[in-house]
Design a protein around this ligand. Structure first.
Ligand code: MD3
Ligand code: FE
Length: 218
């Protein structure tokens, strides 16, 4: 007879961790136990720093809507992409990074062996069905020695994890509500993207997917 609850009973999925690159890991469901704290914190940030469709320097509006919290936020303008200490919509500093965000990102980084991850930026991406992100590298941060930690919430996505040249073959990884991914070291500059989000409705988030990326930008 069991004197403790079965951790993986019925619908509960075991928490698996997958290595997808030399220094890249997917932590399945890592954020699930924190969702009740994460969602109200996210809502409060986007009330103060609303999601907006940024214009690429080439003059195209992105299908993903973005905002940020933390000391630095990622912006685009006519001169290009960069991190800024102020929200160009309000001319105010970005909302502070909530402790629950920072602690979760640090705990995930630690699981992947990154011991002193200190994110100063959290980029918030919101996808609705059909929104996508083309293959790109993340090169706007001042240092590439720190990893990037991502948190997926809401509708599922197919993430493309490529190589060091745009034309290198990419692997497809599905990312579900509560999954976290850590990219660092030799994998930090790999090309990556997100296929168009499929139609669907998430019980907590409705017809949307949020991806939060924690970065050391400055
Ligand atoms: C892989 N966001 O905001 S997770 C981005 O799901 C971005 O919204 C995607 O790419 C999303 O720049 C993908 C983030 C990610 C970030 C950095 C990486 C994946 C990475 C660096 C190397 C390889
Ligand atoms: Fe990226």
């Amino acid at each position: 007879m069991q004197n403790h609850p079965d951790l993986f009973a019925d619908t509960e999925q075991p928490r698996r961790s997958e290595q997808i690159g030399e220094q890249s890991w997917v932590l399945r469901g890592f954020a699930l136990s924190r969702v009740e704290q994460l969602l109200p914190a996210l809502e409060s940030i986007i009330e103060r720093a609303p999601l907006r469709h940024m214009m690429t320097p080439g003059g195209f509006s992105m299908s993903v809507a973005t905002s940020s919290c933390g000391a630095l936020g990622w912006i685009t303008d006519r001169s290009g992409y960069r991190y800024s200490a102020e929200d160009p919509l309000s001319h105010l500093p970005w909302p502070e990074m909530p402790a629950v965000f920072r602690e979760l990102a640090q705990a995930a980084a630690l699981q992947a062996g990154f011991h002193d991850f200190r994110p100063d930026s959290c980029l918030i991406n919101r996808y609705v069905p059909g929104a996508k992100m083309s293959l790109h590298q993340d090169k706007d941060e001042s240092t590439y020695t720190a990893p990037i930690v991502s948190l997926s919430l809401g509708l599922p996505a197919i993430f493309l994890f490529g190589g060091f040249n745009r034309s290198d073959r990419s692997q497809r990884v599905s990312l579900l509500h509560g999954d976290m991914v850590i990219w660092g070291g030799v994998d930090r500059l790999r090309y990556h993207g997100v296929l168009p989000i499929k139609h669907g409705r998430h019980p907590q988030l409705g017809e949307q997917r949020f991806n939060l990326t924690f970065r050391t930008a400055g």
